[in-house]
Design a protein around this ligand. Structure first.
Ligand code: SAM
Length: 360
């Protein structure tokens, strides 16, 4: 393999150049990232069953379809039983873990509700299922409470590492503060979670240099896992007005793949998810990401009747297959690209094990 793409040489300028790469230079990048993944993680893909707990949100992010001000949406919250049924399904099917994602809320009832889900999930699976939470910014005390109840991982995207860009994407108030979001990621790490973060790719006003900074930021924060994917516009959001600035969808997909590849080279032992937004652009987008560096897939196991209300962006994939058929389909697709699913394995981040010495 050519030494042209060496981790040590990946300065901001070099990263930005590689993010613009096409043709043989891009091929070489993908070959390199695939071989780094193979050397560190092999060809196993871990499953996280994604449960979209609720689309009720206190925030008003300019890009997000479930933002508080969007009145064109049926708001829902799964019942406790619905969540546990989904967790039971994941456990029976050999998913090593579930990811519970929700619009952001801070009420004591919401916090208690999550706590109870985490505890009961441990009980019904005998502690065999790993739990990732992605429920936004919370106080340190809340993060600690959920961790002590058994949540092992937390995913909180910083969305962009550029404070300037962050401010263009969010209202100017305390609830949408860049500094607060970064402090929240730090608090998660301090609490002991396997900590995940990530960004959106192909946002209006975002340059390749911004994305290069995002990659370096994730390395600097020493995250354990990453979920990043293309920004996709949504008609009922303020950012829709800026859609004339966007790259075509196919370019946003290839840019996202180059981001995944570069992150894999920069951080060889972290978990990287092939995100749903990739699939929204191309039905094989997630497989493409797996091939060149991602090692986690998040099949949606939310009860089907709620899925279209968790409407973050246009073209959100809604499979016609039921969850069981979907799993068989994914399994076959992954085998076709020389990968296999790590059934019954939590798939903890290797990075986390190395930095803490803990299995979990
Ligand atoms: N409220 C939690 C939080 O803030 O982390 C989790 C839910 S939030 C809907 C999950 C992620 O969806 C966000 O971190 C954001 O990156 C992504 N998202 C929202 N709108 C999007 C869009 N239009 N295109 C792509 N991703 C989007």
């Amino acid at each position: 393999m050519s030494g042209l793409i060496d981790q040590m040489e990946l300065s901001r300028e070099r990263l930005a150049t590689l993010l613009r790469s096409t043709g043989t230079e891009e091929d070489e990048l993908f070959e390199r990232s695939a071989s780094v993944k193979q050397a560190y993680l092999g060809h196993i893909v871990y499953l996280r069953g994604l449960i979209e707990l609720s689309n009720i949100c206190e925030k008003d992010c300019f890009y997000c379809g479930i933002r508080h001000s969007n009145r064109e949406l049926n708001r829902y919250r799964l019942t406790h039983k619905e969540v546990l049924d989904a967790i039971r399904f994941a456990h029976q099917k050999g998913f090593g873990s579930v990811a519970i994602q929700s619009g952001e809320r801070s009420s004591p009832a919401f916090i208690r509700g999550i706590d109870k889900i985490v505890r009961d999930a441990q009980k019904i699976t005998g502690g065999e299922i790993g739990i990732t939470l992605s429920c936004g910014e919370q106080t340190e005390e809340t993060y600690r409470r959920w961790f002590e109840s058994g949540a092992e991982r937390y995913l909180l995207r910083i969305e962009t590492s550029s404070e300037k860009l962050y401010k263009r994407l969010h209202p100017a108030d305390e609830k949408h503060s860049y500094a607060r979001r970064i402090r929240a990621v730090e608090a998660l790490r301090k609490t002991g979670y396997q900590t995940g973060s990530g960004v959106m790719i192909g946002l209006p006003f975002q340059s390749e240099e911004d994305l290069a900074d995002d990659l370096l930021f994730m390395r600097e924060m020493d995250i354990d896992m990453c979920g990043m994917g293309p920004y996709l516009e949504h008609a009922a959001t303020p950012l829709w007005e800026e859609r004339h600035l966007l790259l075509p969808l196919s370019d946003r997909l290839s840019l996202s793949l180059r981001m995944v590849a570069l992150l894999r080279i920069l951080m060889p032992d972290i978990n990287i998810a092939a995100t749903t937004a990739l699939q929204a652009i191309d039905k094989e987008g997630r497989e493409a990401a797996i091939r060149i560096g991602a090692n986690v897939l998040m099949p949606n196991i939310t009860p089907a009747r709620y899925r279209e209300d968790y409407f973050l962006y246009e073209n959100k994939p809604l499979s016609a297959r039921d969850d069981e058929e979907e799993l068989g389909y994914l399994d076959a697709r992954l085998q076709a690209i020389g990968h296999r699913i790590g059934y019954h394995r939590k798939g903890n981040s290797l990075r986390y094990k190395k930095r803490t010495g803990r299995e979990q």
